[in-house]
Design a protein around this ligand. Structure first.
Ligand code: PRP
Length: 210
């Protein structure tokens, strides 16, 4: 029996879009899109076993080898620096990491800036790059509320359409880094299943829209 490639996909809209790229590349597994609660699917013929995991957990599965490859956002790679190979920018799931604040906000550089975020490491590195003194307030979601309630001066968060900011009277002050989905691989898998992973990567690369 040939070795299966274990692939962790981010559950949700991005994951479905990415699966379609994999399917077109010859690694289909139609049961995956059936509306069920099942989390693991395989197509022995194509040599692939897919599983749906929480987007922020994909890199954990790949780093520890429970998945050979996976797809996750550049935000996760920057924030957690998992020990994996980044093989390909899939040019989908595009958004940006940005600093945002209440409309009309002016930064008083005499004071420590209070920054609310889920991405503490990214925020810290960003402000350290120009020596701004900050106080990080780590939150787990609904970050946009923080400046409204005076919990923070600014937020560092993902902006996709900008709707969340707009509906909460916030605006982007600066872009920290552009984000998109990346194909990642476990380092040992890349050694032992290297040719299968390379083949998949090359077929996927042909699907990427510029
Ligand atoms: C992200 C982000 C923003 C929102 C931005 O949240 O934290 O809240 O999307 O998207 P928009 O610019 O299109 O409005 P997500 O839905 O990933 O979940 P979260 O609440 O866990 O942060």
């Amino acid at each position: 029996m040939k070795d299966m490639l274990n692939i962790a996909l981010p559950k949700g809209r991005l994951g479905e879009r990415v699966y379609n790229m994999f399917a077109k590349a010859g690694f289909e597994c139609p049961a995956l899109l059936e509306n069920s609660r099942k989390l693991i699917f395989e197509n022995e013929e194509a040599g692939v076993r897919y599983f749906w995991v929480k987007p922020s957990d994909v890199a954990i599965y790949v780093e520890r080898g429970a998945a050979d490859i996976g797809v996750c956002g550049k935000d996760i790679l920057l924030e957690y620096s998992p020990n994996v190979y980044e093989l390909l920018d899939l040019n989908t799931g595009k958004c940006k990491m940005a600093v945002a604040a209440k409309k009309g906000f002016r930064d008083d550089t005499e004071k420590t800036l209070k920054v609310a975020t889920k991405f503490s490491n990214i925020a810290r590195a960003h402000y350290a790059s120009f020596g701004r003194d900050i106080d990080i307030i780590h939150l787990n979601g609904s970050i946009e509320i923080a400046p409204i309630l005076g919990l923070s001066d600014v937020i560092v968060d993902i902006v996709e359409t900008g709707t969340t900011l707009k509906e909460n009277d916030l605006e982007v002050i600066e872009t920290v880094v552009p984000i998109s989905a990346r194909l990642i691989a476990n380092k040992a898998s890349f050694k032992f299943k290297g040719s299968d992973i390379e083949r998949l990567k090359n077929h996927i690369a042909e699907q990427i829209k510029e």
